[in-house]
Design a protein around this ligand. Structure first.
Ligand code: GAL
Length: 416
């Protein structure tokens, strides 16, 4: 069955079966990579929400930030004919699954009933729809150009949050002089790439667009890219000796404990600070990566549903639940992300969340929204992984910055 036939067929099945969220003795098996303390707390919000509607939760967690390992397991399960009910998925992976497998369910009936078109920004719909059909329910919007700073460590170096690259270096140097690890980082390819998102955006939004979205060889291999790699090498000098392989949430813990000054990480990191009982503005502060103010490199966690001979009641109820405005507030308050819907009040969000919501709305209105390369919203996985390889090889000292820029051009060309 082709994707379009399947989409039409499942739409018809949904239409006749109805999808009231009445209590049903059904479970949803959900594959996801939300395994850190803060992430697990957010999963708890979703699980509890579904329980109130009568649906049980079969957990399928696959550890590994950024979700690469989860995608490998998912592919194996689908190939074996054992797809989960639903899976967390990002950006271009959703498009790939929709386009090549024909196994994603059609959510149009619930999307139309609940008016998703009017409340989900176009930038997200780009990944939630395929051939005009809703095939994913966006639960949030994260962004990667954030820095999380220990407040006491910042106060100890003068208390002023850096607003430019030069100010950032002054703060990092001062933290180093104070005897702490200036930059908490985990040496994993996706984490290196997450910093690279922000560093490239810090050089310029047009440059980010040309390099990561348009894949222009002149941008990928030019002087600005050499400068971006030089900045990565500079940041590398503020990382401790044990960074290799460290999980991102352990790097967050270093900032929470004050053994490190800051972490450059997407806003899922906030979930760790909150889980540890920390308060924004008091224990930690959140800033946009210096030089990227007004720009948002976003990624959106979405749930896709797998064909179960037509979408099941549980799948439709789950899709409706994750899109419920009350749920989107409750979930994202804990997760560190902002709602995927534009009509959710910011009342329950802390100051970082309010800033995240305002930044997203402003960027969405002013063309300042860019898909995150590191988190699969700029390119298909093959290109993303090719960029990862070069960024990590450079971060680990295998290439100097000029060589890395040249390698980037070649790696992207081969992957295309
Ligand atoms: C991102 C995902 C977030 C968070 C993070 C670290 O790709 O969008 O929800 O889970 O990975 O695991």
């Amino acid at each position: 069955m082709t994707i379009s036939t399947f989409l039409k067929t499942s739409a018809a099945i949904i239409a006749v079966s109805g999808f009231a969220t009445s209590a049903m003795a059904q479970n949803v098996e959900v594959l996801h990579w939300w395994t850190s303390g803060g992430e697990a707390a957010a999963v708890g919000v979703l699980k509890d929400d579904l329980a109130t509607k009568g649906f049980g939760w079969d957990d399928m967690p696959i550890a590994g930030g950024g979700g690469s390992d989860a995608m490998t397991v998912l592919r194996a399960r689908v190939v074996a004919g054992d797809a989960p009910t639903a899976a967390q998925m990002l950006g271009f992976d959703i498009k790939d699954w929709a386009g090549t497998t024909g196994k994603l369910g059609n959510l149009n009936a619930v999307a139309e009933r609940d008016g998703w078109d009017a409340v989900i920004p176009e930038a997200l719909q780009e990944f939630s729809k395929y051939d005009g059909v809703w095939i994913a329910a966006p639960v949030n919007v994260h962004s990667t150009n954030w820095v999380w700073i220990n407040k006491s460590a910042l106060d100890a170096v003068g208390g002023k949050a850096p607003e430019s690259w030069d100010e950032l270096i002054v703060v990092l140097d001062a933290m180093k002089a104070n005897g702490i690890t200036p930059l908490a980082h985990g040496g994993q390819a996706w984490q290196d790439a997450t910093i690279f998102d922000a560093v490239v955006m810090g050089i310029g939004a047009d440059f980010y667009q040309a390099a990561f979205i348009d894949l222009d060889p002149a941008a990928l291999g030019g002087a600005d890219m050499v400068k971006a790699f030089e900045r990565m090498a500079k940041l590398r000098s503020y990382v401790d000796d044990n960074f290799s392989g460290r999980d991102w949430n352990l790097a967050s813990a270093m900032v929470i404990e004050g053994t490190a000054g800051m972490q450059m990480m997407g806003d899922w990191a906030k979930g760790e600070f909150l889980k540890a009982g920390q308060v924004p503005g008091e224990d930690f502060i959140c800033i946009r990566f210096p030089g990227t103010q007004g720009k948002v490199t976003f990624n959106s966690d979405q749930f896709v549903m797998f064909d179960q001979g037509g979408a099941s009641e549980a799948q439709l109820a789950m899709a409706a639940s994750v899109m419920d405005p009350v749920f989107q507030s409750a979930f994202n308050v804990v997760k560190g992300s902002v709602p995927a819907r534009t009509d959710v009040p910011n009342t329950d969000f802390d100051d970082c969340g309010k800033k995240g919501m305002a930044d997203f709305a402003e960027a969405n209105a002013n063309g300042g929204l860019y898909g995150s390369m590191a988190h699969g919203h700029a390119n298909p996985a093959a290109i993303k992984n090719a960029i990862y390889d070069v960024v990590t090889a450079h971060f680990n000292g295998e290439y100097d910055s000029v060589t890395a820029a040249a390698e980037l051009v070649d790696a992207v060309e081969i992957a295309r």
